[in-house]
Design a protein around this ligand. Sequence first.
Ligand SMILES: [Zn+2]
Length: 89
Amino acid sequence: MALLTVRVSGDGVERCPSCGNNTQFVAKSMQSCEDSCEVWVECQCGYDPTADVVGSRFECVWGTLDKDNVEACLSSWNDLIQLNSKQQM
Ligand SMILES: [Zn+2]
């Protein structure tokens, strides 16, 4: 599994429901099957909104943690946080 610490400006990024952080994340990459990898971001505190949601991780062949992939992951982070907060209302 590959790890990359990501610092972002926080503009347009949802806050972690656990610790309120929206600027420091850990991007992770893990091989999910023979020819594909899953890439996703977790909060610096370890909160991972993709953990319970099948299909919410970004799939790509090499699992590289480049800018485009990290941005795609942050976009699904936003979707999942918004979804979670709606479910709690
Ligand atoms: Zn957090």
